[in-house]
Design a protein around this ligand. Structure first.
Ligand code: FAD
Length: 361
């Protein structure tokens, strides 16, 4: 384990005394797989982020990178296959069946379980989205293998094992977990923890089709209707280019208007630290940090936020962090690129006015 305040040491070879030869029965397990999460024909961006990460793991192992695509036959699957090539896959396993039109745990677990048992990947990665968490848990249980959830770093150690690093003890430590006795090695990663890879146009690969072999009458859950969430105010924190957030230092929920005003002028999304959510100042889907959203904006403005480690892990992927804090010794100044020491209640409206004038809004 290592302290997350210092950059995590490369976990390669970190098993020390536990190091041993991989059992013979693992020899047939090859390749790195990424589950491509597709809902209503649209692929979740976390899948491309994982293909980028999977590419590095596959290159280190000297094996192929596969995209696993499940859904109803049609254009959605065709697009997902083509995008998988662009994001680095060498081959695509495709299970196309009308029964996969809507996500149901039973159908997806059965299809993926059969595919894994037949083609035997060394490593299987899924996004730690709502769907991915549901599927990864049931699949690992069905396959009777290990799953490391919410990883922040993935690497290959000297023995070809996946070193899956994740925060533990409330985010105060990082631990690296190995699946030594079972295959495949499974891990989930939250959206935006890994960087989005560049697209490479013109690549292509092999498609391997696989049957689902299920009948509707044997599926316990039925999808009767799809109701889009109209109550949500379209929170897009994880993928926003600019994010403005407030913490307890704002003093009261009414003062959050200063955060939303600045966000509006900048065309930004907004959020808060965990205590502001716990106090009911903001809804839960606006929490930023280890137990909230991980963000990777070009600019993150944090006002009245101390910079606790659980907040830091959710924001340190930002290209630029500007912190506003009344305390010159606040922890957030240790990792912010720019800092303003002062009262956020005065600085936020001043920034809003300045940007409004500059942007002619
Ligand atoms: P404080 O720590 O109270 O900081 C307020 C800051 O505002 C201070 O630095 C103060 O100097 C400054 N300030 C005060 N007045 C002003 C002013 N007028 N102008 C400018 N600055 C001012 N936290 C998260 O954010 N996200 C998470 O996902 C998360 N997950 C957690 C998970 C676990 C298991 C645990 C144990 C904790 C988690 N936390 C999380 C909580 C985290 O440890 C901190 O308690 C929290 O981030 C602190 O929130 P804060 O910075 O808003 O408040």
């Amino acid at each position: 384990m290592s302290n997350p305040k210092t950059p995590a040491a490369a976990p390669a070879g970190g098993r020390g005394a536990a190091k041993k030869e991989l059992p013979e029965r693992f020899q047939s397990y090859k390749n790195v797989w990424v589950f491509i999460e597709m809902e209503r024909g649209k692929v979740h961006s976390v899948s491309w982020e994982l293909l980028g990460e999977g590419r590095k793991l596959a290159d280190k192992l000297g094996v192929e990178l596969a995209a696993v695509i499940m859904g109803p036959p049609g254009e959605g699957i065709t697009h997902a296959i083509n995008d998988s090539w662009a994001y680095g896959a060498d081959l695509a396993y495709v299970i196309a069946d009308p029964l996969l039109t809507d996500y149901r745990n039973q159908t997806f677990t059965k299809g993926l379980n059969d595919l894994v048992n037949t083609h035997q990947p060394e490593i299987l990665l899924l996004g730690a989205s709502t769907l991915g968490r549901d599927l990864a848990g049931s699949l690992a249980t069905t396959l009777k293998t290990g799953l490391t959830a919410d990883c922040t770093e993935l690497a290959i150690d000297d023995d070809r094992c996946l070193a899956a690093t994740r925060p533990t003890f409330g985010g105060t430590l990082l631990c690296t977990i190995y699946t030594l006795n079972f295959r495949p090695q499974m891990a989930t990663v939250r959206p935006r923890v890994m960087a989005m890879p560049e697209r490479t146009e013109g690549r292509s690969g092999r498609v391997i089709e696989f049957p689902l072999n299920m009948a509707e009458e044997n599926i316990i859950t039925k999808v009767l209707d799809f109701l889009p969430d109209v109550t949500s105010d379209k929170v897009n924190l994880a993928y926003a280019d600019v994010v403005v957030a407030g913490g307890l230092g704002l003093g009261s929920p009414a003062n959050f208007k200063l955060v939303t005003d600045l966000a509006e002028v900048l065309g930004a999304d907004y959020g808060g630290s965990r205590p502001t959510i716990q106090k009911g100042w903001l809804p839960a889907d606006r929490q930023i940090g280890q137990t909230g959203k991980t963000i990777r904006p070009k600019l993150y403005i944090a006002a009245g936020i101390s910079g606790a480690i659980q907040h830091r892990v959710g924001v340190e992927g930002a290209d630029m962090i500007l912190a506003i804090n009344a305390d010159p010794n606040a922890t957030i100044f240790e990792f912010a690129h720019y800092g303003i020491v002062g009262d956020a209640l005065q600085i936020l409206p001043a920034l809003t006015a300045a940007f409004r004038e500059r942007l002619g809004k």
